[in-house]
Ligand binder design. Structure first.
Ligand SMILES: [Mg+2]
Length: 299
């Protein structure tokens, strides 16, 4: 018998979505950062997202509840940003062991509300369920957002010879950043308003895992210049590519806009790096083994 840990997250999702129906209003279905729905609005598409953080997987029992709350919401905001859009309404499902302190859950909500408010989202409802004492808590966030039709960026529209860029520096997020990161909403909005961004996603599982996903969706291979990859202090290249939970943006642009993009970026976001790390190639060509990245169900 095959178990989840044997096949990993990507193969599981592939099995699960096979044979799912596709309504006429579904513009982008499973496999992107958000689902994209045509709700009949002339200018905008609706975005849908669901996500969860699990105690012992995404945070530790001793982590401050306020930080866990921030992270739970920030992950979802980051996915709206990765589509070129913005969040609107959020729903919270808490599944907590019955021996969890009430104050902990209140703090968790303070952290969630802080992050939601910062990015213009509203927590508009929720659900709670209890678990036997000693179980791991699960916090699931679902949400809606909006994206202007002419600013929607998917994962599957990158083309060969386009440049691959990342924001910020990569690796080592386990030390702290995964709990307190700032979703790159401002930066993503600026990018889609000013440049022809052809494909984009947020880096949740590491470049080693996420770049092949983006390239595969776009029907491309990729080339990476390992020397160029911006590593966080104390991280070597394999940590920078494989650690996961960076929540930086990974995106592609046509080569001819690279120079002006980088120059203008330095003026608008002087404290955040923007680095060209490689190129999309015609399928398979130039692909480089990047190691494993982070994959759920696999250890
Ligand atoms: Mg994502």
């Amino acid at each position: 018998m095959n178990y989840l840990k044997d096949i990993g997250e990507d193969a599981l999702i592939k099995k699960l979505i096979k044979g799912l129906g596709k309504g006429e209003d579904l513009v982008v279905g499973p496999g992107d950062d958000c689902a994209v729905i045509d709700v009949g609005d002339a200018l905008r598409y609706q975005l849908l997202k669901t996500d969860c953080v699990v105690e012992g997987v995404h945070y530790l029992p001793e982590t401050s509840a306020h930080k866990v709350g921030w992270k739970a919401i920030a992950r979802v905001i980051s996915d709206f940003a990765a589509m070129g859009g913005e969040p609107s309404q959020l729903l919270v499902t808490l599944v907590m062991p019955e021996n969890q302190a009430v104050e902990y859950v209140e703090q968790l909500y303070r952290g969630m509300e802080r992050c939601a408010a910062e990015f213009g989202a509203t927590i508009s409802g929720g659900e709670t369920s209890s678990l036997p004492a000693g179980s791991s808590a699960v916090i699931s966030i679902s949400g809606t957002g909006w994206v202007n039709k002419n600013q929607l960026v998917r994962r599957d529209e990158g083309r060969p010879n386009e440049v691959i860029l990342v924001t910020g520096k990569l690796g080592g997020s386990i030390l702290e950043k995964h709990l307190s990161f700032t979703p790159r909403m401002k930066e993503a909005r600026w990018l889609v308003e000013n440049y022809p961004i052809t494909s984009m996603m947020d880096l949740s599982d590491g470049v080693a895992k996420d770049l092949p996903r983006l390239a595969n969706s776009s029907g491309c291979g990729y080339f990476i210049n390992k020397e160029a990859v911006p590593c966080n202090m104390g991280c070597d290249i394999s940590a920078a590519l494989g650690d996961g939970e960076d929540y930086e943006l990974l995106f592609t642009v046509p080569a001819e806009v690279l120079e002006s993009l980088q120059e203008e970026w330095r003026g608008v976001f002087p404290t955040l790096r923007l680095t060209a790390i490689g190129e999309l190639t015609s399928e398979g060509a130039g692909a480089l083994s990047l190691g494993d990245g982070w994959e759920h169900f696999r250890s």
